[in-house]
Design a protein around this ligand. Sequence first.
Ligand code: COA
Length: 167
Amino acid sequence: MLARWVGEYLIRPCTEDDIASVISINLVSLPEHYSDYFFEELRRESPETFLVAEKNGEVVGYIMCRIEYGFSNLKRFNLVKKGHIVSIAVLEQHRSKGIGTVLLQEAIKAMVKKKCAEAYLEVRVSNEGAISLYKRLGFIITSKIDFYYKDGEAAYVMTLPLEKMGQ
Ligand SMILES: CC(C)(COP(=O)(O)OP(=O)(O)OC[C@H]1O[C@@H](n2cnc3c(N)ncnc32)[C@H](O)[C@@H]1OP(=O)(O)O)[C@@H](O)C(=O)NCCC(=O)NCCS
């Protein structure tokens, strides 16, 4: 992906210089935090699926993903290539403007290009807004993991089949 505008927001690949902003958005938006190295590693390993949203030169949102091989969430015992959406966040004052949707759409397009059979993510069972956003994009709840988060909350695993999208 080169770049795509959503109103005044530019959706583009994350550069090395954006990582500090991404880390600070993660810190204020989500309770799940990671080492600086982890962010850098995901960008190095899969730059096509690590995207940011920028307005007037300021990074206001990001999505970062990891390409994995493992058992399908949809077809039992099938080994597949999967796009794992590790984290997505948009600063509160910039939400509900379609940025989250476009970050997801563009990361999913990149996963299709990389021949992933499915995209998946974990989401807190209480995060109704995000769950409805994922459902609108076609994700379905494929499992629930009890005590997934450090505070004991369960996660839904939500999965989107990509095979038909690549045809
Ligand atoms: C989830 C998130 C990235 C969505 O970003 P966004 O730019 O607001 O997404 P969009 O504008 O494309 O879509 C918003 C829609 O998603 C749903 N939605 C997403 N998060 C929501 C929330 N916290 N409360 C209510 N609805 C929410 C709503 O249906 C909303 O529709 P609306 O615009 O009519 O209100 C953003 O809410 C966020 O950063 N949340 C905190 C971090 C988080 O929970 N990340 C997901 C972890 S799995």
